[in-house]
Design a protein around this ligand. Structure first.
Ligand code: MN
Length: 235
């Protein structure tokens, strides 16, 4: 047996530290709104269950440590938004697991930007249609290198920020997640069989806004580094 076309390249993101090691990516799951505007006041019974969407693995754009990604403004939008997110990389299989078991699945963490064609997403919401053209477009997921959990420890608090041209736009804390990472993993594992190579974008704090050509973004999550991106004109 032989492939009738060349097989697509395996999506992968580099491991931090310039080791040359790569983490192969299987699927990219994303959580909808997951940060409370204020300190968490709700009890567990009051939480809406998290909802999930996906991006294709080849929407990832890996950005090396210290580099600035040149990012041509995408097609089919006039309202491109930034969403800085903690990305969790899954290193072990898990199905129908509990939050207490969930952290054992984590291989590592990265900072990512869930770039969103907000106009396309708004159309989809209004029409009760799928979100893919707003969320799952080409190059919609710039991501920094992956930091092993063996080095970072479990991340449950710490700053998550994004600035545009040096001006802070998003300033949150991982502790403000409505559904902490362990809960997200457990909930997602009720829906699909998680497997090594799956990534989870864990939602964004408040302050999302439009970006355009000429803007320079810096997105940071605690100990997993800073992702830099320079938006250029549509190619
Ligand atoms: Mn998002």
């Amino acid at each position: 047996m032989a492939y009738v076309i060349a097989p697509p390249a395996q999506a992968a993101i580099p491991v931090a530290g310039n080791t040359g090691d790569l983490f192969p990516v299987r699927r990219v799951w994303c959580v909808g709104r997951n940060y409370a505007a204020h300190a968490r006041e709700m009890g567990a019974d009051d939480r809406e269950p998290p909802f999930f969407f996906a991006k294709p693995a080849d929407a990832l754009v890996p950005v090396a440590e210290g580099d600035e990604l040149t990012y041509p403004y995408p097609v089919a939008t006039n309202d491109l938004h930034h969403e800085v997110e903690l990305v969790v990389a899954i290193g072990k299989p898990g199905f129908n697991i509990s939050p207490e078991q969930a952290n054992d699945l984590i291989w590592g963490y990265a900072v990512g930007i869930d770039l969103t064609r907000r106009d396309r997403q708004a159309e989809a919401k209004k029409g009760g249609k799928p979100w893919e053209m707003g969320k799952a477009f080409d190059r919609s997921a710039p991501i920094g290198p992956l930091y092993p959990v063996s080095e970072t420890g479990t991340l449950e608090a710490g700053g998550i920020t994004l600035s545009v041209n040096g001006t802070p736009r998003q300033q949150g804390n991982l502790a403000d997640m409505i559904w902490p990472v362990a809960d997200i993993i457990a909930q997602l594992s009720q829906m699909v069989e998680l497997a090594p190579g799956d990534l989870i974008f864990t939602g964004t704090p408040e302050g999302v806004a439009a970006i355009g050509p000429g803007d320079r973004l810096e997105a940071s999550v605690g100990p997993v580094g800073t992702l830099k991106l320079a938006v250029t004109t549509r190619s």
